[in-house]
Design a protein around this ligand. Sequence first.
Ligand code: FAD
Length: 346
Amino acid sequence: MKLAVIGAGVAGSFLSNMLQKSGHTVTLFESSKKESHWPVCAWGASRHMLEYFSKKAGLDFDNYIFHVGKRLKMDLPNNKSEYLELGGLVTYNKKQWESDLISDVNIVYGANCDKRTFPIGDYDYIIDCTGFHRSFLPKPKEDFIIPAYEYMVENVKDIDEFHVIGYRGARGYFWYFPLEDGTGFIGAGDIDRKYLGIKEFFDSHPNAKIVKKIGRPIRLSPPKMMEPFSDKNIIGVGESIGTVFPMLGEGIIPSLLCCEIFLDVFDKSTSNDTKFDEKAYRDKVLKKFQYYYDVYRIVRLKMDGKLSTVKHFNLLLSMYKNMKKDEKRFGFEIDFDKMRRLVNAL
Ligand SMILES: Cc1cc2nc3c(=O)[nH]c(=O)nc-3n(C[C@H](O)[C@H](O)[C@H](O)COP(=O)(O)OP(=O)(O)OC[C@H]3O[C@@H](n4cnc5c(N)ncnc54)[C@H](O)[C@@H]3O)c2cc1C
């Protein structure tokens, strides 16, 4: 099949690699120029899952790991701190990983594709991997995004662990994610755009040097709110159809899980020489990310000051049970009492 993949982020790079390997003719279009292309992200994810996806794509994930986390410190609005034991949360060289995925793919950089002018009819399928932009799919009825930005910094000598400051009302959080040799990402997502913690970080680390400032909003609305996932021969994969885990703004692994669903449905369609089974894709995506809607509701109720751990116990239990089942996929311990304490403290 002749395929256009739009967007060379995690979903677009992984899909292009896998689709080309299966014999399809793939062209990948990316809006940024080659020299300035940068995966906007703090590059933190579960090692276990990235090993799994790297293997599928023919890469050795060990070559990309920067920092293997042991503990994550979380400062809370009640001036207390909680610690999460980490079981595989790492930072890795996301830029290199994605670039290696597409080293053999035909890629057109500097192509800010517009649905109105793109030669859609020249391709069997267009895969919208444009993340937050969702450039090729119709707008959903309701979207929910949170502003975010971050700095890549160097010369940070005294922190070598993951550090997070949770904002009151779960309205966002500050993060420090260590990379290697005193480099790291500091950043924040904050619905109120106050970004508490960033100025304080620079005040307490006067030697920290900014290497890069980057940012874009993160989509927190789950797939249930992001339909349609397809439109004629256009199919959305990854953040473009709302796969980010709403409580954390964590999107790398969910985008890859969505790619896996897409590939499964696409392989079945092409091996039977039939049209892409939109219904099967829709059903599988909704099923896989079903509980993200519960998590999204927890976040919105908390933001609106309406979450009660008694009244909304079932929502919390759903989040806990689903996360616990997939503990390795998250890369940190999932403990109900701790989760409840955190939700209460925010
Ligand atoms: C500041 C920040 C920090 C984050 N940190 C983490 C983290 O540490 N861990 C984690 O798991 N998640 C994190 N996330 C979320 C995660 O990065 C995303 O959810 C994930 O990258 C989504 O992958 P994607 O491939 O669907 O989209 P993206 O990775 O966003 O890729 C979309 C690509 O499409 C391109 N594009 C957009 N429009 C067009 C167009 N019209 N034509 C051509 N190209 C186009 C973009 O330039 C981009 O390269 C973070 C997000 C932000 C904003």
